[in-house]
Structure formats: structure tokens, C-alpha cells
Write a protein that binds this ligand. Sequence first.
Ligand code: SF4
Ligand code: SF4
Length: 174
Amino acid sequence: MNGFAQKVAERSGQNLNACYQCGKCSAGCPTVKWFEWQNHGVIRRIQLGDEEGLLGSCAIWMCIGCETCGTRCPNGIRISRLMDAMRNMALEKGIKAAEPAVMSFHQSFANSVERFGRVHELSMLVEFKLRTKDLFTDVGAGLKLFAKGKIPFWPGKVREKGRLDGIFKERARR
Ligand code: SF4
Ligand code: SF4
């Protein structure tokens, strides 16, 4: 296994050698049409060591972690974990996300969890809008949800937030 594949396998805890390219993962993926390659193609590229192509790809940012592929895989390979590992590797290397809006959502979501212990939709959406500078798209839908009480004004409380703070501090130290 090449060095890149080794790193992805270690960080994701997945056995890449078990993939025999049956394609069952690709057949069920709801976002594969926005990937550069189908899911089994992503695995093949990891095996071939295409670090540059994968870390700069849309695929790693368009995976929504739904686990459909992992459920379908006869060998139990969880592609969402491979995608997570590659996203983190891309961030660590300072590679600009191929899908900046997804990256902005990722950052807004993580910041909200760090601040409140769980996501607070209203402030997360405001941060997301400011990051993308796309202030008005979907505002109508957001207001309807707000009016129905689906987007709470105040963040909820969580127990033992200190434990979560510890996780974020540990992450920042790495
Ligand atoms: S379903 Fe599993 S074994 Fe088949 S191609 Fe996808 S990852 Fe490989
Ligand atoms: S976890 Fe990601 S790659 Fe797998 S089916 Fe869902 S979106 Fe597609």
C-alpha cells in the first residue's frame, strides 16, 4: 500500500484492501453525481495514491455521511470515514476546499458546537450566511421554519459541556 493509502486507512480505521470494486457503494450514494468519480473510483484512487486529486476534490466535501454506501458494502467499508479522514488531511495541509460553501457550513457547524455544546441553528445560519456572503438565498424558507418554532432563538443547554471543551482543546493542540 502506498503512503497516502496507509495514512487514510489508519486515520479512518478502514481496510482498503478489502475493496474488490463491486460498485455497490456507488449505486446507492445520493450525492455521487457531484463527485468527480463514483464511490468505488474514490477507493481506487486512494489505492493508487492520488493524494493531490483527492484532497482537492469536490467528492470529499459533497459526501453527507449518510452511510448508505457503508450499509451496502459487502465488506463493511465505511466510505464516509474515508471522506472524513481526507477532509481533515486537506484542512491540515491548507488545501482550499473545492466546494467553498460546504467548507463554510462545516466551519459554522463546528464553531456552533464548540460555542454551545450542540448546534444552535440560528447563530450557525447567520455565521454561514456571513461566511458565504450569500445573504438572501433561502431566507424565505428560514423565516417559515423560524415562525413554526423549528429554529429556536436561544441555544439549548447541554450537560457536561466541559467534557466537550476538552475535546476541542485536545484537537487544537494537535
Ligand atoms: S461496495 Fe465495498 S467492496 Fe464494493 S466497491 Fe464499494 S467499497 Fe468496494
Ligand atoms: S456516506 Fe457519503 S459516499 Fe457514502 S453514500 Fe452517503 S454521501 Fe455517498
